[in-house]
Design a protein around this ligand. Structure first.
Ligand code: GLC
Length: 483
């Protein structure tokens, strides 16, 4: 193709503007990675101008103002533009966005109105600028209304008639429950006579999944799992009808942001194989979190959003099963108050456990650099970044075999003999404390054999989870959709 592919990428959050979770990492990194490919891709990102975005950090220039129809009358949308890492970024403001104090809230109506307004405004922005995208690429439920809207109007709409749509699912269970009324207020119809289950026929994500020309999830493993009742969030039977249009593309890791050789927040920077320096980081970490300096005792790290998805509640009983053995643990994170309390209780119960209930990027990095293992007992994990960061920092993941975790970690015990020489961590099948405890126990045994353990660390540090490879796969999907 002579002209570059034009892609309009829509997301609720994207680094460096606003980041709440992994979606923000991906929505921020992917456009830059696409633009760095040898094949030119004109990808532009659109975000809501959330109140929490620090506007003084970016030069936003006003570029357009237009209206979005709503039952109560037209709503004004204003669009601004800036450029970050070579990517043109548009932000959209308007009453439904300004009146919401946080990025996400527990008020389904408020979020529904904000993201429906945003999704429609992102499309109108392209029209106002007369910049006709080949592809509209939406992420998760928040921007799925754009795909649904396009599908309902595309045939009569000369401007978008040729535009294809891609929906990336980062977290299936977040369907946009409660936003159905908002869709109707913005003139978006439900899909009553469709293969969707009746309860899903006016929800943003299901409607997007119904309408998208292609769907992808953030790992191949998760793409297969969402077709099962365990992981399908009630949509598995419907998703099976779309199975031919669902693929998995593993997220990349920003290798500049996550690099133990240049990380300014760790005590001593180190390269692959520099295990002595890594031990010094461990000693510094133990001192920082006030655990006994005992290099022989393996240190288990946990860095997580404290959420049911992440399986944090499996950890207390798993550790209790290991009470007689030598180990220490440091837990870092915030989230669900009950899970925070459970972590504090564990800290009080065990002198060898520290629970630090806060968001702390620097400490997180020192835990990656200083602990021996990272526990990741997720109930489901569409991709997961922590296991990739851990491996890059020489910290061995002990994880539930699900989604992106299964796809990125090679289990030590599944690979006997020669195969073991490829392993990078430890996996377990069922999300329960017993299996987690037994798996930590297996890891503790291997830890006693320094040579084997270093092999695990070294192989993990050598893995290449770059964005380049993932961006190439997205480009292939775009090219296929245009054809
Ligand atoms: C969601 C998923 C996580 C994934 C991230 C980015 O937060 O829970 O597994 O890594 O999105 O795609």
């Amino acid at each position: 193709m002579s002209t570059p592919i034009r892609v309009l990428s829509l997301a609720a959050e994207a680094a460096p503007f606003v980041k709440i979770g992994g979606l923000g990492d991906v929505a921020g990194a992917l456009p830059a990675a696409l633009r760095a490919l040898p094949t030119p891709v004109d990808v532009r990102l659109v975000l809501p101008l959330h109140n929490v975005i620090d506007q003084s950090q970016f030069e936003f220039e006003p570029v357009a103002s237009f209206t979005i129809p709503h039952v109560d009358g037209e709503l004004i949308a204003e669009a601004f533009r800036t450029t970050v890492r070579g990517v043109p970024v548009y932000t959209i403001s308007g009453v439904p966005i300004i009146s919401s104090p946080t990025v996400y809230s527990s008020d389904a109506g408020m979020d529904g109105a904000k993201f429906t307004f945003f999704s429609l405004a992102a499309l109108e922005l392209a029209r106002t600028l007369q910049w006709r995208p080949h592809i509209v690429h939406a992420h998760d439920w928040h921007t799925a209304p754009a795909i649904h809207a396009l599908a309902t109007t595309r045939e009569e709409d000369e401007f978008f008639r040729e535009t294809a749509t891609l929906l990336t699912v980062h977290n299936l269970p977040y369907l946009g429950v409660g936003a159905g009324g908002c869709l109707a207020e913005f003139g978006l119809p439900p899909a009553p006579d469709s293969p969707l289950p009746y309860w899903a026929e006016n929800l943003p994500l299901p409607l997007g999944l119904l309408a998208a020309d292609h769907i992808n999830t953030v790992s191949q493993g998760y793409a297969a799992e969402i077709l099962t009742s365990e992981f399908g969030a009630g949509l598995d039977e419907f998703l099976k009808t779309r199975a031919n249009s669902i693929t998995g593309i593993l997220n990349g890791l920003d290798l500049e942001v996550w690099n133990p050789q240049t990380d300014q927040k760790i005590k001593i920077r180190y390269a692959k194989g520099a295990f002595k320096k890594r031990e010094e980081n461990k000693a510094a970490l133990l001192e920082e979190v006030e655990l006994t300096a005992d290099p022989e005792r393996p240190l288990l790290g946990v860095i997580t959003r404290m959420d049911h998805q992440k399986g944090l509640d499996l950890i207390p009983n798993a550790l209790r099963d290991l009470a007689g053995q030598a180990w220490q643990a440091v837990i870092l994170g915030t989230g669900d108050p009950d899970l925070e309390d459970a972590a504090r209780r564990l800290d009080a119960e065990f002198p060898n456990v520290r629970a630090i209930i806060r968001y702390d990027d620097g400490l997180a990095r020192r835990i990656y650099a200083g602990s021996d293992m990272l526990l990741i007992p997720s109930r489901y994990e569409p991709c997961g970044l922590t296991q990739m960061i851990a491996m890059r920092y020489g910290c061995v993941p002990v994880a539930r075999a699900t989604g992106g975790l299964r796809d990125t970690i090679i289990d030590y015990h599944a690979e006997e003999g020669e195969g073991r020489k490829r392993s990078t961590g430890f996996l377990f099948e069922e999300a329960n404390p017993k299996e987690l405890g037994q798996t930590i126990c297996r890891a503790l045994k291997v830890y006693q054999d320094k040579r084997r353990w270093r092999g695990l660390q070294h192989r993990g540090m050598k893995r290449n989870f770059s964005w380049e490879r993932s961006a190439e796969k997205y480009l292939e999907v775009y090219q296929e959709l245009i054809r």
